[in-house]
Design a protein around this ligand. Structure first.
Ligand SMILES: *[C@@H]1O[C@H](CO)[C@@H](O)[C@H](O)[C@H]1NC(C)=O
Ligand SMILES: *[C@@H]1O[C@H](CO)[C@@H](O)[C@H](O)[C@H]1NC(C)=O
Ligand SMILES: *[C@@H]1O[C@H](CO)[C@@H](O)[C@H](O)[C@H]1NC(C)=O
Ligand SMILES: *[C@@H]1O[C@H](CO)[C@@H](O)[C@H](O)[C@H]1NC(C)=O
Ligand SMILES: *[C@@H]1O[C@H](CO)[C@@H](O)[C@H](O)[C@H]1NC(C)=O
Ligand SMILES: *[C@@H]1O[C@H](CO)[C@@H](O)[C@H](O)[C@H]1NC(C)=O
Ligand SMILES: *[C@@H]1O[C@H](CO)[C@@H](O)[C@H](O)[C@H]1NC(C)=O
Length: 486
């Protein structure tokens, strides 16, 4: 009897999960994930990129080349126009616009009511919306200090509007799943909101503290290449590095500027010298393998294409994060090669011999000056909960995407906050200025990534026949940039 009841209960829970878990994030190859939103009255349907690396809800309000989808402010009866200008500039481009407010609702988030929110209406931009980008705006999910700016203008975020309307704190999670299938590189995922006052299911969650509430700044203790697995294809046993005490020097370098979790960035971005160190190690492990990979793939962000889908036997990456439970504790995200050998496109091209398929990949790691950014490459295959009010990010394994894992917690003898200097005070002025700059930089990175991937299929490809077992086609990034200027 009891057994039956519990089976019934389990079914009920399953149904509950099934009904509430609806895929609501999609992204084209090389682009971040976007969610559908209804803006204004009557509703206008738009796609917004889900971005934990910025704060402002910013939406295109004019037709761009090759994109006729945008928000028509004149058609909304509920819009309020402040007339104040807001803007964002970055190294490669900019957008500028007006601060307005209007109603916004997400059809895939039934528990969140329609709210009036500040919106930066983009009226002009330069190299921000790329050709054919599948989204018309950004949904910034970070904290207020890194919002867009203008003269005496504070742009409230959508999340703050929701909290204010509901009179309670809401958390959200992202469950990013990667490509739909081996032959379709469109990626999908889930974006869900959770009421902080609802009891949460007791699922094992590893929590890392948000060190400063601007971006989602976390303590990254180290990034390691795990020893290759020679055991069963089960992946049930990964050989852990015997040294559990993280490298102090690496820890200081990783957090010298800051480390953030940013769903709007594609890759895992590491400080220059650490990037080199990690990639050298990966490349050395791979050297003995059958498949030939050009250096341009490893070091210059170029795509590598093969006539058949690749099964990567590369090592896993370990990302150690400070634990929220104790200063001297960390846990490890274990990222399989399927995450960082990113599928960027599956193309069919015809030549004299018939139709040839190309499966193209890019390395999901890049160098980034002195900062560390955990882009969506580090989040795929995991469920990541952003508890904004309590100030922590929770990591869980997920039922979709790659088989990424989380292990730990591991104790060390000293406080990691002290050892890695994670709690340096930052003066308030410096924060707001640097914050603005960084938000823009993040945007530029998204834009640049989109540009490169969109152009990729147009580029003439060539085969490099060095090893008969597998051919790699190289797509030159330099050529792509030239094409854009032409
Ligand atoms: C906006 O309104 C104009 C005229 O009132 C109409 O032609 C147009 O289809 C509307 N556009 C949208 C996106 O609703
Ligand atoms: C933009 O994309 C369209 C088709 O989506 C294509 O016809 C056009 O040539 C592209 N423009 C550039 C500059 O690549
Ligand atoms: C990939 O999947 C998406 C979503 O299911 C679909 O809209 C798209 O047409 C598919 N693309 C190809 C090339 O099959
Ligand atoms: C956020 O954190 C607070 C305090 O730790 C907790 O009470 C709340 O349940 C958390 N929210 C979620 C969705 O886990
Ligand atoms: C793979 O894992 C399953 C269950 O975890 C186990 O029963 C099986 O023996 C494993 N296979 C190998 C080859 O280790
Ligand atoms: C490529 O061609 C194969 C077989 O001809 C087909 O099954 C597949 O859907 C095609 N893929 C794309 C992206 O068009
Ligand atoms: C690790 O540290 C925590 C908190 O200091 C403590 O509760 C736990 O027992 C320690 N675990 C081990 C294995 O030493």
């Amino acid at each position: 009897m009891e057994g039956k009841l519990s089976i019934l209960y389990i079914c009920f829970v399953c149904l509950n999960i099934a009904c509430c878990e609806e895929i609501n994030l999609y992204g084209d190859a090389g682009q971040a994930y976007s969610v559908e939103a209804y803006l204004g009255h009557p509703h206008q349907k738009l796609k917004l990129l889900v971005d934990t690396g910025s704060t402002t809800l910013a939406i295109a309000s004019y037709a761009r080349q090759n994109s006729k989808e945008y928000f028509h402010p004149d058609n909304s009866s509920s819009i309020y126009d402040s007339g104040k200008s807001v803007q964002a500039e970055y190294s490669q481009g900019m957008w500028s616009g007006r601060l307005v407010s209007d109603f916004i609702q997400f059809p895939s988030l039934p528990t969140i009511p329609e709210v009036r929110s500040d919106i930066a209406l983009i009226t002009q931009s330069h190299k921000f919306f790329m050709n054919g980008s599948g989204w018309q705006g950004l949904l910034g999910l970070a904290y207020l200090p890194v919002g867009a700016w203008g003269d005496g203008v504070v742009v409230e975020s959508w999340l703050d509007s929701v909290d204010r309307t509901l009179h309670k704190q809401i958390s959200f999670y992202l469950k990013l799943c990667g490509p739909i299938s081996i032959s379709n590189s469109t990626h999908y995922g889930y974006f869900k909101m959770i009421d902080d006052h609802k009891p949460v299911k007791p699922i094992k969650t590893f929590r890392t503290p948000i060190l400063r509430k601007r971006w989602y700044e976390v303590g990254v203790i180290s990034i390691r290449v795990l020893s290759p697995v020679n055991t069963s294809p089960n992946d049930s046993q990964i050989v852990r590095d015997t040294v559990n005490v993280p490298d102090e020097d690496m820890c200081l370098k990783l957090n010298a500027e800051k480390s953030i979790v940013d769903s709007g960035t594609t890759n895992i971005r590491l400080p220059d010298n650490l990037y080199r160190q990690v990639v050298d190690e990966l490349k050395n492990v791979y050297r003995n393998s059958q498949v030939f990979i050009l250096d341009e793939f490893w070091y210059q962000g170029e795509a590598g294409c093969w006539p058949e889908p690749q099964v990567w036997t590369l090592p896993w990456l370990a990302i150690d994060l400070l634990s929220a439970d104790a200063d001297n504790q960390y846990f490890t995200l274990e990222i399989p090669p399927q995450n960082y050998m990113r599928v960027v496109g599956v193309y069919n091209s015809s030549d004299k011999t018939g139709t040839v398929s190309e499966y193209c990949y890019k390395l999901g790691l890049e160098a980034g000056g002195s900062e560390t950014v955990l882009g969506y490459t580090a989040m795929e295959g995991l469920q990541v909960l952003f508890n904004r009010s309590a100030g922590w990010i929770g990591w869980q394994t997920s039922d979709c995407g790659t088989k990424a894992r989380i292990t730990g917690p591991y104790n060390v003898t000293k406080s990691l906050k002290d050892t890695c200097q994670l709690i340096r005070p930052v003066s308030e002025v410096a924060i707001s200025i640097r914050a603005a700059q960084w938000a823009l930089c993040a945007i530029s990175l998204i834009a640049a990534a989109v540009l490169i991937y969109l152009l990729a299929p147009c580029i003439k490809t060539f085969f490099v026949r060095r090893l008969p077992s597998s051919q790699q086609i190289s797509l030159s990034q330099a050529a792509l940039v030239e094409q854009d200027n032409a």
